[in-house]
Design a protein around this ligand. Structure first.
Ligand SMILES: Nc1ncnc2c1ncn2[C@@H]1O[C@H](COP(=O)(O)OP(=O)(O)OP(=O)(O)O)[C@@H](O)[C@H]1O
Length: 295
């Protein structure tokens, strides 16, 4: 059954620290969605709220309208792998999955199925302590798949993987979403997930900076201009008044228009420019600037 993820006005404060602030977005079934932002942006906190591990200060996070804790069959709806889990090094993958299945009331027959799905059958009886990071990631994925879920939520599944591991993950997740299921993968690097995602949700400092298709983001990159002005606020106001989108790009403005257009608006508004340049550098550059990161 197709299940969406709905994040509605989610805020989480840890004392004085606001980890996530008024976050709203939807993750659609049949697609792979990248959940992006630099370290500390609030991705893990959001995923933990979604899975009922942390209580939100405000807002709601649901799967097809139900909170994780209210799902009639949580493991059959959502499979999650949060960070490279700490598996007991002395156990084999098969043992680990058996225990996990038993704990979740899942038929032991699923263990072989998921081992096969992640291509781990040959290594299933070896001790996890000898596994590479890539194999551990696959074991985490296998555990998430035990309940045959409609939704997969994976925290940094490509972290530390070599290009072959990333390619394998990409193909697996694309095929999974291709069956009408929902995939949410977090990453702090757009480049790592760019080839596998249809949609992207971008966070910076706990706030949403973009939610939409990768295609739309890519088309934005084509017409984004970097601008520095003597009075950035006044220029931003003039651009906004002209119906042009303006974002803060960490010390400069990112403007959704060609340099010529920005130059005209600035000239008419009597604003002094110090930099007027096409963004260039591709999608990763746009991502870094949107999230206020350094190159
Ligand atoms: N339990 C906690 N107590 C206090 N502050 C926290 C707690 N958990 C997270 N934070 C803070 O909330 C902010 C967001 O953290 P979070 O781990 O969600 O970011 P992230 O985007 O997942 O980053 P990373 O990729 O490093 O995990 C950070 O400033 C972090 O220090």
């Amino acid at each position: 059954m197709p299940v969406s993820i709905e994040i509605q006005g989610v805020t989480k404060r840890f004392g004085e620290v606001s980890a996530v602030e008024d976050l709203t977005f939807t993750v659609r079934p049949g697609r792979v969605t990248g959940f992006l932002g630099p370290n500390g942006a609030g991705k893990t906190t959001t995923l933990r709220i979604l899975l009922g591990l942390v209580t939100a200060t405000a807002g709601s996070a649901t799967f097809g309208g139900a909170r994780y804790g209210d799902l009639p069959s949580p493991l059959g709806t959502v499979g999650a792998a949060l960070e490279a889990a700490s598996f007991h090094p002395g156990r084999s993958a098969r043992d680990f999955l058996r225990v996990h299945a038993a704990g979740g009331g899942i038929d032991a027959g699923r263990v072989d199925v998921v081992l096969q799905m992640v291509g781990m059958t040959t290594y299933a009886d070896r001790r996890v302590g000898g596994y590479s990071l890539g194999m551990r990631q696959r074991l985490g994925l296998a555990a998430a798949l035990l309940g045959d879920p409609d939704v997969l939520v994976l925290d940094e599944p490509t972290n530390g993987l070599d290009p072959e591991g990333i390619r394998w993950t990409r193909e697996f997740l694309r095929a999974f979403a291709g069956t009408g299921r929902t995939v949410l993968v977090s990453s702090h690097l757009l480049a790592e997930v760019q080839q596998m995602v249809d949609d992207v949700v971008v966070l910076a400092n706990g706030r949403l900076v973009y939610s939409g298709t990768l295609e739309e983001l890519a088309s934005r990159e084509q017409v984004t201009t970097r601008v520095r002005a003597a009075d950035a606020a006044a220029l931003a106001a003039a651009l906004t008044a002209a119906g042009i989108g303006v974002r803060d790009g960490g010390g400069e403005l990112l403007v959704d228009a060609m340099p010529e257009t920005v130059g005209q608006v600035a000239f008419r508004a009597g604003q002094e420019l110090h930099l007027l340049a096409p963004l260039g550098g591709g999608l990763e550059e746009l991502f870094l600037r949107m999230t206020g990161g350094e190159r």
